[in-house]
Design a protein around this ligand. Structure first.
Ligand SMILES: Cc1ncc(COP(=O)(O)O)c(C=O)c1O
Length: 380
């Protein structure tokens, strides 16, 4: 079976986890600090707080915004439900916005129309790893006094190209940027996440909230110790990362350039093959800019209502595919949130198909995936 995604982990990660075992300090400790420091220097972010999932990175970022009843957060419907659940958990009200047809990143014209006096935050989701238009979003946020919480679960390692020609990693220049290191991301910790920010006060608050609101614990645990005398300053959660997960992440980070390059190579190969005129009117490529992307998923649009049949056919030929995502506004839990004018989202909902993409995917496997897609059309 060719899987749609797969982690790549080996002896380096296992060896590092072995070192954690030897210390006997499995929970949050010195490896977490090391992982955070490594992320800060890789991304060039002033602060990084590592947590146990990307969902909880988002939860903490929203939690420190202290939403009051009715405060709204504008978010694309085309995202993983984790984005929405974390807004709701923090007491915010999601308002869904549409996406652009070429990239499936959020549509700023629609977002602008949805800003009201109740809007508190906006959430660009860097879908597939392609950065949203951050310059425009940050200036819009500035104008309306909003916070930008980036859902960068897909975009660890992606770079943003500013209009003046400068380039910066996602997570180095925004307000609050949330990453995921779950098993199928470009780098993984097994499970994990992180919030990056340049705002020291926000970072300190997130650090405390990550570990049950305890004021001193982070700094003693970083030395593989605990403080027994402390004050609990506010509501907090058990969202911290463990040494085991951080040890895996430290070793994965050392290989990230390799991981990104190979993923880009695979995507370019798919692009080239699917650009063949045979697929005209059958499949549609999304716009990608591989100079900016640490690509997370390879997604095509399947036209003519063929998606389910194609998925079933590929499955019968031992190729698994995916759907990222069923739009969130169609989920039962979201039925009372504003979701007007989601024109593109509704149009592409039954078209998007995720093809296999992971570091260990072989060229021959890419060839056979595309060949099978061709066979499907030739025989149907
Ligand atoms: C867009 C998006 N947001 C948030 C998350 C949540 O991350 P995690 O699975 O690490 O909780 C994911 C995970 O796949 C995601 O794709």
């Amino acid at each position: 079976m060719i899987q749609v995604s797969k982690p790549f982990m080996g002896a380096a990660e296992l060896n590092e986890v072995g070192k954690v075992f030897q210390t006997g300090w499995l929970g949050m400790g010195s490896w977490v600090k090391e992982f955070e420091d490594k992320i800060c220097s890789y991304i060039q972010s002033k602060e990084c707080i590592a947590v146990n999932t990307g969902t909880n990175a988002l939860h903490l970022a929203f939690d420190i915004l202290d939403f009051k009843a009715g405060d709204e957060v504008i978010v694309p419907s085309l995202t993983f439900i984790a984005t929405i659940q974390s807004i709701i958990q923090a007491g915010g009200t999601p308002v869904f916005c549409d996406v652009e047809e070429s990239t499936l990143n959020l549509k700023i014209t629609d977002l602008k129309q949805k800003i009201t006096s109740k809007t508190k935050a906006i959430v660009p989701v860097h879908y597939r790893g392609l950065p949203c238009n951050m310059e425009e979003l940050l200036s819009l946020a500035d104008k309306h006094g909003l916070v930008v919480v980036e859902d960068a679960a897909h975009a660890f390692g992606s770079s943003y190209h500013f209009s003046n020609g400068s380039i910066a990693k996602i997570g180095s220049f925004g307000h609050l940027t949330c990453f995921s290191f779950d098993p199928i991301k470009v780098i993984t910790c097994g499970e994990g996440g992180a919030v990056c920010t340049n705002n020291h006060e926000w970072a300190e608050r997130i650090r405390k909230k990550r570990i049950l609101g305890i004021d001193k614990d982070t700094w003693s645990r970083y030395k593989n110790e605990r403080s027994w005398f402390y004050d609990v300053v506010e509501r907090g959660y058990r969202h911290h990362m463990s040494n085991i997960n951080a040890a895996i992440g430290c070793k994965q980070l050392e290989q990230i350039d390799n991981f990104i390059n190979r993923r880009q190579e695979i995507c370019k190969k798919y692009d080239e093959k699917i650009s063949d005129s045979f697929f005209n009117g059958r499949l549609e490529l999304l716009h990608s800019d591989y100079n900016q992307m640490a690509v997370f998923t390879y997604i095509v649009r399947v036209l003519n209502d063929d998606r389910s049949k194609l998925m079933d056919y590929l499955k019968s030929k031992e190729v698994s595919t995916g759907i990222n995502y069923i739009p969130c506004h169609t989920q039962s839990i979201c039925k009372n949130y504003r979701s007007e004018n989601l024109i593109t989202t509704n149009k592409i909902a039954n078209e998007i198909l995720t093809l296999p993409l992971y570091f260990g995917l072989l060229d021959q496997e890419v060839d056979s995936v595309v060949k099978l897609i061709r066979n499907f059309y030739e025989t149907n």
